[in-house]
Design a protein around this ligand. Structure first.
Ligand code: CO
Length: 480
C-alpha cells in the first residue's frame, strides 16, 4: 500500500513500500523539549519540508495546543493555518485523545464533534485517535466527526496504545485491529509510547495483524527511549508495516523517534522505496541543527532525554513513570522501599485489569503502588483517581478488575457507571460558558474551543492579544 501525496497520482509510486511520518513539529519536540518549539523557529523550512515526500507531517495536537497558549503566546489554530498555507502538498497530522481531546477529562459529544470540525477546517488531514485504555467507545465520536466533516484528503487513523501484560497477546491486538477496521478507520496505528516494543514483538504483532485483519494500512509509532526503536522499526518494515514515524536526525533518539535519514539510507540500500527526497530530508536536518543547539544552550533540552535508558525493559514500566516514582520516594525519604514498590506495580496493575501504562494511568498505578508499600497495607489509602477509575469514569479496563477492590470502592452489588452515557449528553453548556467568559475578547469560533479546552491559558492569551492590538493601533496612529 502506498499513498501518493495529495495532488499527485497514485500511479507515480507503484514500486514503493514504506512511507514516513515526520514528527519534529510535534512528538519529537514534545519528547525532547517539552513542546516549546515556537512557530517562528521553523516557519522558514516548511516549504522545503513540503517537498520531502513524507506520508505526513505530525504538527499539531498532543501538547502543542496547551504549549502554544500557556508558554508561547501563540494561537494554536493560527499556527495550524500557517503550516497549512506553507505546506499545501503534505498531509498534516494531529494526535487526538478521543473523548478527552487533548487533555485527560471526558468532554461531551458536541464538544468533541466541534473540535474535530474545527481541526479539519483549519487544515488537519490525518486525525490519529486513541484512548488510554483502548476502550474504543471513547474514540467513536471523534471518528464519526472525522468522517462527517472530512474531505477527500482526510484520513481517520485508529490508534492502539501498545503495552505488555499477560492479557495483551497478539490475539488481543488482532481483535482490536479488527474492531477498528469494522468501525471504518482508514488506517491503524500501533502506538508504543514507552518504546518498549522489541523487534520480536513487532514481528509477531505485525505479521499477526497483516494475516488476520488484511489490507488496512498499518503504522508503527515508537520511541528510542530504551534503544529498541531502530531494530524494532526494521523488523516492522520486514514484517509489512506501511508507515513508520521518524524525526529529522538532530531531533531524533533519546526519548524521541528514530532518525528519518538513517532509516531512509538503511531501507533504500535494502531496495525498499520510501518516497523521500534525499536532498530535501538532509536540508531539513541542516535547518534544525542550530535550532536544537539553541535549546541545548538554553537548558530547555535536558541531556538526559537524549540518551538511552534500558531500565524500562528491566522493570517493564515506562521511563517517565519510573522517574516519577523515584522522585516521589525521594520526597518521602523512602528510597529504601524502591524494590518493594517495583514489585507492587504489576500487582496494582493486575487489580486494575492491566491498563496500558500511559498518562495518566501510569502515574495512577505508580503512585498507588508507592502508597500501598509505604502504608504497610494494600489499599489502606486509595487515590481519588483510582476510585474514579473503579467507578467507571475512564472506561472499560482491558481485563476484569479485582472484584474485591471494586466492592470496597463502589460497594458490593453496585456496577460502574457507563461513561459513554454521560459523554453523549449534548448540553451546549460548554459553548454558552465560553461565550459568557470570553465576551468581546473572542474573535472567532476557534477561541471558544480553546477556552473549553484550556480556560485559564486561553483567557490569558486573548487578553494579551487584545493588549497587543491596542498597542498596535496606538502605534499606527503615531506613525501617520
Ligand atoms: Co509518541
Amino acid at each position: 500500500m502506498f499513498f501518493a501525496p495529495p495532488g499527485r497520482k497514485d500511479g507515480d509510486f507503484c514500486m514503493k513500500k514504506v512511507q514516513f511520518t515526520e514528527t519534529v513539529l510535534r512528538d519529537a519536540n514534545q519528547s525532547l523539549m517539552a513542546t516549546r518549539l515556537p512557530f517562528a523557529d521553523y516557519e522558514e523550512i516548511l516549504p522545503t519540508m513540503d517537498r520531502a515526500g513524507y506520508y505526513s507531517v505530525e504538527c499539531w495536537g498532543g501538547a502543542t495546543f496547551d504549549s502554544c497558549l500557556r508558554y508561547l503566546g501563540e494561537d494554536p489554530w493560527e499556527r495550524l493555518r500557517k503550516i497549512r498555507a506553507a505546506m499545501p502538498d503534505t498531509r498534516l497530522q494531529m494526535l487526538l485523545r478521543g473523548q478527552n481531546l487533548l487533555g485527560y477529562k471526558h468532554y461531551h459529544d458536541d464538544v468533541v464533534e466541534e473540535f474535530v470540525r474545527l481541526s479539519i477546517k483549519n487544515g488537519i488531514d490525518v486525525i490519529r485517535i486513541f484512548d488510554a485504555l483502548n476502550d474504543f467507545r471513547n474514540i467513536k465520536t471523534a471518528f464519526e466527526a472525522t468522517k462527517k466533516y472530512g474531505t477527500a484528503r482526510t484520513v481517520a487513523s485508529g490508534c492502539i496504545s501498545y503495552t505488555q501484560s499477560p492479557v495483551h497477546t497478539v490475539k488481543k491486538y488482532v481483535e482490536m485491529c479488527r474492531e477498528l477496521k469494522e468501525m471504518g478507520f482508514d488506517t491503524i496505528c500501533l502506538k508504543d509510547m514507552a518504546g518498549t516494543m522489541s523487534p520480536a514483538e513487532a514481528e509477531g504483532l505485525i505479521k499477526g495483524i497483516k494475516d488476520e485483519v488484511g489490507d488496512i494500512p498499518l503504522i508503527l509509532h515508537t520511541h528510542c527511549t530504551t534503544g529498541m526503536a531502530y531494530m524494532t522499526l526494521l523488523k516492522a518494515v520486514e514484517s509489512g508495516v506501511d508507515v513508520i514515524d521518524t524525526a529529522t536526525s538532530c531531533f531524533s533518539n533519546g526519548t524521541s523517534q528514530a532518525a528519518t535519514e538513517t532509516l531512509y539510507y538503511a531501507l533504500t540500500q535494502m531496495g525498499i522505496e520510501t518516497g523521500l527526497d534525499e536532498r530535501v530530508i538532509n536540508k531539513v536536518n541542516d535547518f534544525f541543527k542550530p535550532v536544537k543547539q539553541k535549546y541545548i544552550d538554553s537548558g530547555l533540552i535536558n541531556p538526559k532525554s537524549m540518551g538511552t535508558d534500558a531500565q524500562a525493559l528491566v522493570y517493564k514500566v515506562p521511563g517517565g513513570m519510573l522517574s516519577n516514582m523515584i522522585a516521589n520516594l525521594k520526597d518521602m525519604n523512602a528510597m529504601d522501599k524502591f524494590d518493594e514498590a517495583l514489585v507492587e506495580i504489576p500487582n496494582v496493575r493486575r487489580d486494575l485489569g492491566y491498563p496500558p501504562l500511559v498518562t495518566p494511568l501510569s502515574q495512577m498505578v505508580g503512585n498507588q503502588a508507592v502508597v500501598n508499600v509505604l502504608m504497610g497495607e494494600r489499599y489502606k489509602q486509595i487515590s481519588n483517581e483510582i476510585k474514579n477509575y473503579f467507578k467507571g469514569e475512564y472506561g472499560i479496563a482491558p481485563a476484569p478488575v479485582s472484584q474485591e477492590l471494586q466492592d470496597k470502592i463502589i460497594g458490593a452489588g453496585n456496577k460502574p457507571v457507563d461513561c459513554r452515557i454521560e459523554d453523549a449528553k449534548r448540553t451546549g453548556k460548554e459553548f454558552a460558558d465560553a461565550r459568557a467568559a470570553l465576551g468581546d475578547l473572542a474573535q472567532c469560533e476557534e477561541d471558544y474551543m480553546s477556552w473549553i479546552c484550556y480556560p485559564d491559558q486561553t483567557m490569558k492569551f486573548v487578553k494579551e492579544r487584545r493588549e497587543r492590538e491596542e498597542h498596535h493601533v496606538r502605534y499606527s496612529i503615531v506613525e501617520e
